[in-house]
Design a binder for this molecule. Sequence first.
Ligand code: FAD
Ligand code: EPU
Length: 339
Amino acid sequence: MTHSVSLKPHNTFGLDHTCRELIAVKTTGELISCCLALYQAKEPMLLLGSGSNVIFCDDFEGTVVLVQTRGIEVATIEGYHLLSVAAGEDWHELICFCLEQGIAGLENLALVPGKVGAAPIQNIGAYGVELNDICDWVEYLDLSSGRLIRLNAPDCQFAYRDSIFKQQLLGSAVITQVGFKLAKAWQPKLDYGPLKALKNTNVTPKNVFDCICQTRMAKLPDPKTMGNAGSFFKNPVITNEQFSVLVDKFPSMVGYPQGMIHTKLAAGWLIEAAGLKGVQIGGAAVHKNQALVLINKDDATSDDILALAKHIVDCVESLFGVKLEAEPRLIAATGERSL
Ligand code: FAD
Ligand code: EPU
């Protein structure tokens, strides 16, 4: 345990804020006892995996718990591989491990940064697969009762970048373990963008994995060289009627059907069409290749990022009447805040 610690190495945006104390937990037992002690002491507490979906807006006046628990257990039942994975395992390394074991189904989600325990929280998704497609259950510590609870996937209220952990269980659940159920009979998901080129070929899980890795490396800045938190905004979901009005006015607007009555707009398109690509405030900028990604171009402060984000929200709203919402979690001095 240390006092007044820099959070710079613990957030992929590279923001230079501090916390009062930082505790790295290596076992599930330590994770449970540490979180319960902090909760009972009413100490502001922040769980952190790899810090790839947080924006520190201030110094954190509390304790950050770094989840570094390890362990992957594999079992098989008829037709399926069952995995039970500790919250602190690295997401991408889990996919590599599975491929080495001949277990497929996670490869569309290759190179999504972060730890396994954070993946259910916003139901990570990329290239046609979301966590809820492969998740069997999520186990969490209920801070108010001190009990471990296992929720089956249908009870996790998974939706686009959303789950029960961002709603009813916000602030009261510490994810300890995630279960996956992966079919032995692999069904490749090849409908999204560059994956279509693999249709009607003898495609293997490794081919899909390689295609995803190449695509992501070409499109998204690597946080090791350019601080960022992935997509800064969620793709807004509007009704089909609202979409048809907008697309009459802006014929090249990009939208994808989301269920029967909604359309998901590409926020990157909206931001680019508003002329904001490359725009910079202080050290924070809109990425030139991917307008949905804000980058730490030049020692950005959290005020720079928040000012840039608000400017984007205002411009997009006044042009298209659509309000963008931040995707990463904005962390203030004692807890979460909104934009
Ligand atoms: P953190 O940022 O450490 O934490 C995120 C939130 O979860 C925080 O509120 C934290 O308090 C909470 N939390 C973390 N662990 C626990 C736990 N065990 N129990 C309870 N709460 C916890 N996301 C996608 O969905 N798809 C993408 O394609 C994608 N691409 C990305 C690309 C880049 C370059 C970057 C930087 C990010 C991208 N993201 C993407 C976002 C990010 O990778 C995911 O949200 C990831 O799941 C975050 O994991 P983490 O361990 O870094 O979480
Ligand atoms: N677009 C533009 N200009 C831009 C960026 C995108 O016009 O600057 C257009 C593209 O041409 C395309 C559409 O927007 O027609 C969608 O772009 P892309 O396929 O790159 O996906 P995205 O909507 O920008 C989403 C996720 C990503 C995920 C990819 C791939 C959200 C908020 N983002 O990005 O997730 O990796 O799809 O599935 O849903 C993340 O959440 O951090 C993240 C990176």
